[in-house]
Design a protein around this ligand. Structure first.
Ligand code: CAA
Length: 274
């Protein structure tokens, strides 16, 4: 471990000397792992990708819209980040299988999966079309099966895994106009708890993070008067930031979080408590 020490004279002259010392207590080693974040080009996804990269991990992400993804990759590059992008519709099992296989071939054993991709198609049930229902269930819930099922054997082979499912406050409390989204996001909790039990002895943890209302394009699409009503209901008095969610993910993927599994951690400013 390297420490900085200053003598009184050095302090006065503002000189710092670096000494190599040997710590008696074990120093935790940061391990570089391959991380896959689905839908990383969105607001929360971007913050998660950046946080993972800042922690030294190799980060792959999926996208559906080429134009948006290339612009995003350019912007990330300007900010100093390099991510590995894979075109994939996570609502498709075949696509997800091919994508996960390619990630492993290109980057190495996949050990951390963040199921983040998701969409909204808000409508009251009376007006909801079957397509609005199916699009949300397949993008937000089927995708969790598709990608996790494709990745689980790789994690089992290495004996280490972290699966984080990004759900929503609205999967916990429901939301007017979101019977499709609330059903998909609530479904993630059941999936998390079942899979957590299946793989607990194999070094793999499975947890859900439930963001509240976070400043992203998804919230931007909610009519302004409704948004104002929502923020008035949040005890901390603001919408969340994507970084608030990324912080919880980084906590859950750490080596030290191996005893946390089947849990749901809310990051919602106190908007919903259970
Ligand atoms: N609770 C009770 N009643 C409500 C209501 C609510 N929250 N919102 C609207 N209503 C009432 C309206 O006052 C109206 O009543 P009247 O017919 O008596 O006038 C009736 O319901 C119809 O409402 P709308 O006119 O709003 O219906 P609409 O079809 O035009 O719009 C909607 C429906 C699209 C669902 C619209 O209300 C909406 O966009 N709501 C916001 C939904 C929302 O919060 N989505 C979250 C997106 S962010 C996200 O999902 C990320 C995350 O994880 C948190």
């Amino acid at each position: 471990m390297s420490v900085l020490l200053k003598t009184k004279e050095q302090f006065q002259q503002n000189i710092i000397t670096t000494f190599e010392t040997y710590a008696e207590a074990p120093v935790s080693q940061a391990v570089r792992r391959v991380v896959l974040v689905t839908g990383g080009t969105g607001g929360i996804g971007s913050a998660i990708c950046k946080k993972m990269a800042q922690q030294g991990h190799i980060v792959a992400t999926t996208y559906r819209n080429e134009e948006k993804a290339f612009a995003w990759a350019e912007e990330m590059k300007k900010q100093g980040f390099t991510f590995h992008l894979y075109k994939c519709d996570v609502a498709s099992f075949e696509d997800s299988q091919k994508m996960v296989k390619a990630v492993v071939q290109d980057l190495g054993p996949l050990q951390i999966l963040v199921n983040n991709a998701g969409i909204t198609r808000d409508s009251t049930l009376r007006k909801m079309t079957i397509d609005q229902w199916r699009d949300v269930i397949s993008s937000d819930l089927d995708s969790v099966f598709n990608v996790t099922r494709s990745a689980i054997d790789y994690m089992l082979e290495t004996g280490f895994g972290r699966i984080i499912n990004i759900s929503s406050i609205n999967g916990q409390k429901g939301q007017f106009g979101q019977s499709n989204y609330a059903a998909a996001k609530a479904g993630m909790h059941g999936f998390t708890k079942a899979l957590a039990q299946e793989v607990a002895k194999k070094g793999i943890t499975v947890n859900t993070v439930s963001p509240g209302y976070i400043e992203t394009d998804m919230i931007g699409a909610v009519p302004e008067n409704i948004r104002n009503n929502i923020v008035a209901q949040i005890p901390v008095g603001r919408f969340g930031k994507p970084e608030d969610v990324a912080h919880v993910v980084s906590f859950l993927i750490s080596e030290e979080s191996g005893f946390i599994t089947g849990a749901n951690i809310a990051s919602n400013g106190g908007h919903f408590m259970e």
